[in-house]
Design a protein around this ligand. Structure first.
Ligand SMILES: NC(=O)c1ccc[n+]([C@@H]2O[C@H](COP(=O)([O-])OP(=O)(O)OC[C@H]3O[C@@H](n4cnc5c(N)ncnc54)[C@H](O)[C@@H]3O)[C@@H](O)[C@H]2O)c1
Length: 406
């Protein structure tokens, strides 16, 4: 398959032509805008790149946001009809940041048009949709990426290195969690995230997907789980048009029913022999955005938390007698921290991880190689999710069976 990305070049550093990559973004809310900003920032942060991203077209049904995409972000055009995006020959990559239950239809159309696809996590709203998306993209031979952005935190990658180098010894247990307060207030509006027909499942899809994906990257696959789910706040005020999950209604506003889960918890076993626990909640009071893990081994332990993304807690038995957790600060000795800010303990932020994520995805597209994490990794999470949801029904341990289609 020849795409415009392979066929055209753009001016770059002296003596070097950079491959032009035409970008479309569909869904121009929080993450759609974050990806567009990140494509705009890549040239100023990664002079070593061998590609040139170009914002070609934005697909967005809210006319104010579509207008902003052109006026403030510099997209060549915007449209309320995403089908027009797929027909555009100047588009090489479709970035999907629309509500989850739209993902599959968009992926099918993008794959049929031969576009490479970056889809926000979790790729679809149900395990069956994720599995279908992976198969469709694989059959079309397009490159896929998925928005598991915490994988790209420089200190998370350092944690992975420490584990892979054996500095923690044998991993015995793992604790993963994603606690967010976005749904803790009963007056938080009934945005698409709380509705099964728009979001698919609730926190298992929205939050636990991130926590388990990180565990997969750090210590490998999960073999069986036992879990439970609950919806604590069963109705919420209806949102005004364009309301997001951070919006608040008034006590007198009309209400609608929440149709997916607020909470999920599971106990699990890993293929490496470790045992683990995971929890996710959007209706918890206290932790505001605690996407975190603790990993324990015979030789040491590590802990990381998005709320302090520039700090890694490290305990190494080899440091005896000077043991105790120490705080390792982020800094330019950890790739790509120094692309954003020099020195040590000058912090980077949430959107910087999206920039690294988009940089790495565009590198894969420019090189014509499959990307990790791609839709195959998305299927690894939904295989665990399916086992968890089964267990919540049966009350029993359930095996994790790979759902990947042949
Ligand atoms: N990786 C992360 O950390 C992270 C964080 C937040 C959201 N997400 C993911 O990003 C995706 C979007 O979430 P969000 O928080 O940005 O949502 P959002 O509600 O802020 O934005 C969604 C946008 O999609 C638009 N839209 C709806 N239907 C459309 C259609 N048919 N065609 C074009 N546009 C349409 C809406 O008008 C809105 O602007 C979800 O899949 C979510 O899981 C990922």
């Amino acid at each position: 398959m020849t795409t415009a990305a392979q066929a055209t070049t753009a001016p770059g550093a002296p003596g070097r032509a950079r491959q032009r990559i035409g970008i479309a973004v569909i869904g121009f809310g929080w993450l759609g805008q974050a990806h567009a900003r990140s494509m705009l920032r890549i040239p100023t942060l990664f002079p070593e790149r061998d590609f040139e991203p170009e914002l070609v077209v934005c697909g967005e049904t809210d006319p104010r946001r579509a207008d902003e995409a052109v006026r403030s972000f510099g997209f060549g055009s915007a449209t309320g009809d995403w089908r027009r995006v797929m027909d555009d020959p100047a588009v090489d990559v479709v970035v999907i940041a629309a509500p989850n239950m739209l993902h599959l239809e968009l992926i099918e159309a993008a794959a049929a048009a031969g576009k490479h696809i970056f889809c926000e996590k979790p790729v679809g709203g149900t395990p069956a949709q994720t599995v279908r998306a992976e198969k469709v993209a694989r059959d079309a031979g397009v490159i896929t990426g998925v928005g598991y952005n915490y994988r790209w935190a420089p200190l998370v990658r350092y944690a992975r290195q420490l584990i892979a180098d054996g500095r923690l010894g044998e991993i015995t247990n793992y604790r993963g969690r994603f606690f967010s307060m976005y749904g803790a207030d009963p007056l938080g509006v009934l945005s698409w995230r709380f509705l099964v027909d728009q979001a698919g499942h609730g926190v298992t899809t929205d939050l636990m997907s991130h926590a388990v994906d990180l565990a997969h990257m750090l210590i490998g696959p999960i073999t069986r789980v036992v879990g439970t789910t609950e919806t604590f706040i069963r109705e919420r005020p209806l949102p005004a048009a364009g309301g997001t999950h951070y919006g608040r209604g008034r006590p007198e506003d009309p209400k609608g029913e929440v149709t997916n889960e607020d909470y999920a918890g599971m106990l699990c076993e890993f293929e490496c022999g470790a045992r683990g626990t995971f929890e996710a909640s959007r209706a918890i009071v206290g932790p505001e955005s605690q996407m975190a893990f603790d990993v324990y081994g015979t030789g040491g332990a590590l802990g990381w938390n998005l709320e302090k993304l520039n700090e890694l807690q490290v305990y190494l038995v080899e440091d005896e007698p000077h043991t105790g957790y120490r705080t390792v600060y982020g800094g330019d000795r950890f790739p790509y921290h120094g692309n954003f800010v020099p020195g040590s303990a000058n912090g980077i932020g949430f959107e910087d991880l999206v920039v690294i994520e988009d940089y790495e995805f565009c590198r894969s597209v420019a090189a014509g190689r499959q990307h990790t994490p791609g839709f195959a990794e998305a299927v690894e999470w939904v295989s665990v999710q399916a086992a968890l949801l089964r267990s919540a029904e049966t009350g029993r341990w359930e095996p994790v069976v790979s759902l990947k289609e042949d």
